[in-house]
Design a binder for this molecule. Sequence first.
Ligand code: DGY
Length: 322
Amino acid sequence: MTKPLVFITRQIATDATARLQEVADVEVWPQEDPPPLSVLLDKISHVDGIITMLTDPINAEVIKAASPKLKVISQMAVGFDNIDVARATERKIPVGHTPGVLTETTADFAWALILAAARRVVEADRQVRKGIWKPWGPDVLTGFDVYGATLGIIGFGRIGQAVARRAKGFNMRIIYHSRQRKPDAEQELGASYVSLEDIFRFSDILSLHLNYTPAAYHLVNRERLSLMKPSAILVNTSRGAVVDSEALVWALQNKVIAAAALDVFDPEPIPPNHPLLFMENVVLTPHIASASRETRRRMAFMAVDNVVAALAGKPIPYCVNP
Ligand code: DGY
């Protein structure tokens, strides 16, 4: 009997691929860069399952091209804003994702950015490498204290709460804003719910952890940035489109806020010559918040679990369709 065929749009952990090979023939896109649209259109038109990454535009056009036998679109990420879930649902194709397994790793990285931006770690490293070691001086590379500061978190789900948990060790005041209040988490973490305006007003460090939906587009805009303290730091590990980057450039250039640390951008990669690339008070990383070896392996296995279930005709365990 022929096995079903699954396409994976990037190489994933070899043991996760091997698990999938027990039940399917597997084709893997061999390059580090994402497959072009023409490849996605071709593959999806004849496979039984597909494992996608957040860089693959699984839009209406791609879903329209899907084979009638396609049983699952399994995204190796918790976010799935690159997938037109409504179209997939119309075609009764389950869409899977990988929640939970990357929470702690992503929270660790948000903290790496918080500390790097507040204490100017990257700027200092650049100076040392360039041979600029300014002798110790009262004002040399002074940053902002994290200990005892107010941490604002927008989006108080798994990752936002994991970031807050770490903040307790820094004796921070924690405020949050999310669509719904989370009384249990408020109690556990000593966090206070505030309005969207107040989180911009009162945060010393504002870290974004909301799921991306069209309603979150440019939530961080010029008007809200204007509410922030001149000493405030903005950290984004959610999705680039949450921040209006032109407004952010304006805020940083005009010292409306002090610094930013961004792991995500809209579009990705950030265009060459973007003004943020030339600002000392900006830390930029290429969407790597979940990039630990263990976590990427766990994500790969979870994505495979979704495919294995779908191929067996069972409901997928981590489904995003309504
Ligand atoms: C996700 O999973 O959505 C992150 O952005 C990448 O791991």
